[in-house]
Ligand binder design. Structure first.
Ligand SMILES: Cc1cc2nc3c(=O)[nH]c(=O)nc-3n(C[C@H](O)[C@H](O)[C@H](O)COP(=O)(O)OP(=O)(O)OC[C@H]3O[C@@H](n4cnc5c(N)ncnc54)[C@H](O)[C@@H]3O)c2cc1C
Length: 316
């Protein structure tokens, strides 16, 4: 085992906002044993820990992170079981979802293409239960390997263990980290694959029209939970945070430094080039404040925050 732990590693180029400071310690384990070794290092040195994927749902503080960032370089993909109609595909936590989708299509395997155009790794995607319209990653996951925080022990768990919900998984308790995940997918004919590739192109085109695709974390705020809102539309609770953000008229208008509310989507913040994470926080706080003044509720981030000594946004 030869895990190289680096010090003072800049995180700016490792997240989609392209902001933020450095990690005091940083490691890229190449297998589950090296991952476990990194956990031991953390315990020995009494450091906080953070698991990094592609940083597509992350805002790193300008001061950086004083602990150990572990970015799993677990990039294996394999077909672990195959019948006439179905296939099990196992992918390491560090595999990019776009790469996994292409691997599947190259092998005539269908299902995950519904997530085309969404950046991030398998690890980050299981963590958030990746979602696009009615599709949730939990619909495909059957089991996974996780590593336990306290002991570094490696365990196999099934889908139920994850306690998935919208934007929710057991990984968010941060007692376990994903090593790999196995997905149950469909086998298709060449014709099915051609159709799926067409759909992939169409989904990506659709996304590019509707959302910014660079220097952003996607949706900054999560949707509300039903009990948090009183406003209804057609007898249904209005849980969509973009609805409230649209009403306050910030889209393409509100800007702090080089941080701008996207002109394409009111729930997406874009770094125009030289924004700092502090700019993004100030902008996000202003959005929260305005929604609060008009509707009495405070949006909370879907974007994960790293390295802030205290919660930098308005609390619920
Ligand atoms: C342009 C754009 C569009 C987007 N569109 C969507 C969308 O349509 N739907 C959607 O759901 N999301 C969307 N997102 C958000 C993002 O793509 C997902 O949240 C993605 O899953 C993040 O993966 P990541 O590897 O980059 O995770 P990171 O941002 O690196 O990390 C996110 C969280 O996952 C945790 N994590 C990462 N790896 C592991 C692991 N191995 N074990 C345990 N925890 C781990 C991290 O600790 C962190 O808390 C979008 C983002 C962007 C930039």
């Amino acid at each position: 085992m030869n895990t190289i732990i680096q010090t003072n590693v800049p995180l700016r180029e490792k997240n989609w906002f392209q902001t933020g400071g450095s990690a005091a310690y940083y490691v890229e384990p190449r297998n589950a044993q090296e991952f476990a070794h990194a956990i031991t290092f953390m315990h020995t040195h009494k450091l906080p820990i953070f698991i990094l994927g592609h940083g597509a749902n992350l805002l790193v503080s300008d001061e950086g992170f004083k602990g150990l960032v572990i970015k799993p370089a677990l990039n294996a993909m394999s077909i672990t079981q195959s019948t006439t109609d179905s296939v099990l595909v196992t992918a390491g936590a560090g595999v990019g979802m776009p790469e996994l989708i292409n691997y599947c299509l190259d092998n005539q395997i269908l299902g995950l293409e519904e997530f085309s155009g969404i950046p991030g790794t398998v690890g980050g995607s299981v963590y958030i239960n990746l979602h696009y319209y009615e599709f949730l990653l939990e619909h495909f996951l059957v089991n996974a390997t996780v590593i336990e925080h306290e002991t570094g022990s490696i365990q196999t768990v099934d889908k139920e263990w994850f306690n998935f919900g919208y934007n929710q998984s057991k990984l968010q308790e941060r007692n376990h980290y994903l090593v790999d995940a196995t997905f149950l997918l469909k086998k298709g004919s060449e014709h099915d694959v051609a159709y799926a590739r067409g759909r992939q192109t169409e989904i990506i085109r659709h996304r590019q029209k509707r959302y910014p695709t660079a220097r952003t974390c996607g949706s900054f705020f999560r949707n509300f939970k039903e009990h948090e809102v009183t406003l209804t539309s057609s007898d249904k609770k209005m849980i969509y945070v973009a609805y409230y953000l649209d009403k306050i008229g910030v889209k393409g208008q509100l800007r702090v430094g080089d941080a701008l509310v996207s002109h394409q989507h009111a729930n997406m913040i874009v770094n125009l080039g030289n924004a700092t994470s502090a700019d993004i926080i100030t902008l996000a706080r202003t959005m929260q404040q305005r929604v609060f003044e008009q509707f009495g509720i405070i949006p909370q981030p879907e974007c994960q925050l790293l390295g802030f000594d205290t919660y930098p946004l308005m609390a619920e």
